[in-house]
Design a binder for this molecule. Sequence first.
Ligand code: GLA
Length: 693
Amino acid sequence: MSGPRADQPLRRVRLDALAFGGDYNPDQWSEETWHEDIRLMREAGVNMVSLPIFSWPQLEPEPGVYDWAWLDRIIDLLWDAGIAIDLATATATPPSWLLRAHPEMAPWDADGHRLEFGSRQTYCPSSPIWRENVARMARAMAERYGEHPGLAMWHISNEYGDHTSRCWCPESARHFRRWLQERYGDLDGLNEAWGVNVWGQRYTSWEHIETPKRAPGPVNPTKLLDFERFSSDALLELFQIEIDVLREVTPDIAVTTNFMSMFRDLDYWDFAAVEDVVTDDAYPDPADPTSHVGAALNYGLMRALKDGQPWLLLESSASATSWRDVNVPKAPGKIRVESLQAVAHGSDAVMFFQWRQAKYGQEKFHSSMLGHRGERSRSFRETKALGLELQKLEAVRGTRVRSRVGLVVDWDSWWGSSAAESLPSQRLQWAQQARAWHRALYALGQPVDAVRAAGPFDRYDVVVVPNLYIAEQEHADALAAFVERGGHLVVGPFSGVVDATEKVHDGGAPGPLRTLLGIEVDEQWPLADGETEQIAYAGETLTVPSWSEWIEADDDVQVRGTYASGELAGLPAVTCRPVGRGSAWYVSAMIDHDGMLPLFRDVLRTAGLPARDHVDLDVEVVTRADDTTDYTFYLNHGRAPVAVELPGPGFDLLTGARHSDRLDLDRYGVAVLASPRADTIPTATPIPVKEDA
Ligand code: GLA
């Protein structure tokens, strides 16, 4: 593959403002409506729209016969009104004629059934026909619109893997074999890697290797893991094919594909490395009053994917979605606080799916900026107010989020610990564990960046590894170097268990992390469903809901927490190995949220970072900064007004008001205080009295 690499200069999105707008589907509306759309977009401060994402059939109604007229016209109309275009290559879904002519390009499910036309993403990522046509369409788009002054950036495909992230068809099997040949060289290498002597799995011909379709019993776990890796790579190749074409025809235009937050199926570290700007689609569930906590981790990943540089929130919902079983609307004010939360976490955009609510089709009940009642709809009132308010935040554009805490996000461990069917317990899931640890750090007031398992860790004081099931020596070396430099590391249960081929490390867990942590795991000790155990920790009792481990600690290791019930009573549960000014902690259990608070509070304070005593998940404080100024976002995600004690005075960019020691935030209230850049990251103490709503 050729194309942009992480070490090449990145192209800038051609838009000199925080982006505000949404997906636009003019081909679902009359020209008369277009004029109304543009009038209202201007009124709302829209400066960028994404199109024509799903319009291939409207642009090429028959093979080789193009109809550009409508797209030419709407792009010109938009640009005449000062609205830039996030121009999709229109390859998110194939036209029916292409699929009919080449039924073999349809994806298959794990039972070997071919999936039908009638929705979207009906393609096999490995299909040569699909790849050829995608390259052709991207080239046609680039040649047609590459010189258009309104072209802000390229939007390649759409949410890769949303519907088709894995394909089990014969073409995928051929591609899988090629991928395996590249990885393992020969069949001996593959047989060795997959540990085929278990259950008689030896392969004597490449042709015998199939995609891991449903089998009579549990499938070889390394095969499953490799299929996850391969499937992510297959979509990455597809992405790269379009990037190469666009790079050739329009070398100065930034490229992106929109991500789906922390999405299991694609290794976004790899995807982000080949694009110019990270973009994300975020849909926190309005039915969940703490969905903003999960969003904070998703955004911590988005900014980390390109080394802290700003990313773009390319889709969000103005109110309800339509793809959940129950689609709860967003309460008044929630659109604003959620959107500004993304900006707080490094987004230089607030965009929605979509501009005008559909009248027909699968998404007609999905909210939009302009609801079915048009400009009289609440969503329009609220998004318009937001668009105008965003203009007051221009100073934050390009600034970076300040964070001293990194959380290791590792797709290999995610896949390894979730694809396998034979594990000590299915109750310890990578994502759940990562979210739980992040939630505790969030509760203590720390913004958290995602970080790769091999680092770099230099900008952090604390690095947490909720789970690193698959650990290699390079991970251990990078983490050890971090601790030796004075960093504080916390490693979670079931880490350092296997290598990249899923072979258990000699001597068992934590494998290459053994010296660093100073402990050995004798046995994983998952709890039966419904059972809980306890850990005695610094005078507190922590609850263990589902996972514990029998561990033994070296003499120079401090035992900070001890199992206080069950078969493991009296054995170490939480350990800390001091290393110079740094420390390496091991937490052998899954501990519930309340239990993680005192533990992480100790770690943060040991590292010299503040940690809240009074926890209020509704109050979030995040700082973006340039060399001279801190822009601190104070967000109230709750329905009741709150007050916070400020670390120092600042001017609110949104209201112009000056605040010195106390800030009152209404229901879903937000303030963005500018102040001279401080040595330490500004934090705030929530005042623990909530006034009545
Ligand atoms: C995704 C897709 C959009 C739309 C929205 C609805 O983000 O990219 O096309 O379907 O979901 O929430």
